[in-house]
Design a protein. Sequence first.
Length: 213
Amino acid sequence: MANIDNAVRIATEFIKKWEKLSSSSPTSSKIISATAPDNTKVYAYYDSAGKVWTIGWGNTYYEHGAKVKSGDSITKKQADDLVVFIVGQEEKAIRSLVPYQRLKDNQYAALISITYNAGEGNFKASSIDNLLNAGASDAEVSAKIQDSIVTASGVYNQGLKNRRIDESKLFDGSYNVLYSYYLRNEKNVNYTAAAISILAITAISFWYYKKHK
C-alpha cells in the first residue's frame, strides 16, 4: 500500500527537478537556485508551449484559485509553499481514481506528477487510471504513461514526451536523476558525468596496463 506522505515527498522532489524555479522580469529571465534565500523575488513567466502565465515551480494558479498573470511576483518561500499546496490538491484529486492502496510509493508519485503537470482532466482522458483499475501490469502502465499527454495546445511537444518517459521510469522503479539529465541534454550534468566516466575509464585502463605489461 502506498504511503501517501512519502509518495507526495517523492513527487514533489521529482516535480522540482523537472519544473525548475523559473522566473522572468522586464529585464531578465533566469533559473533561480533551489537553495536561494526565501525572500528571493520570483516573477511570472509566459509558457509559450502551454500559452499560459506561470510562476514558481510551474504553477498557473494560486492557493486561493486566482490565475497567474503577467507582472505577478512572489517570494521563493511562497513558491515553495505553493508547490506543496498544489501537489496536495492533485494527490487528493486522483486518490479516488486509482487503486493507490495497491501501488508502491514511487508509482503513486509518478501519477501525482502527471496530474500536477497535465491536470486531472487530462489524466482521466489518458485512461491511465482505467488500466490501473483493470489490473494491467506495471509494464503496460509504464508504456501507457510514455505515450500519454505529449501535446501542448494540440501540438506535439518533445519536452512533454521526455517528461512522460521520466515519469514512466519513476513508475517502474528505474528512474534516476543522471538518466533524466542525459535525456534532457542538461549540459552542466553531462559534463560532470562525462568527466567522471573518463577518469574511471582512464584509471581502469592504467590498472590493466600495469597488471599485464
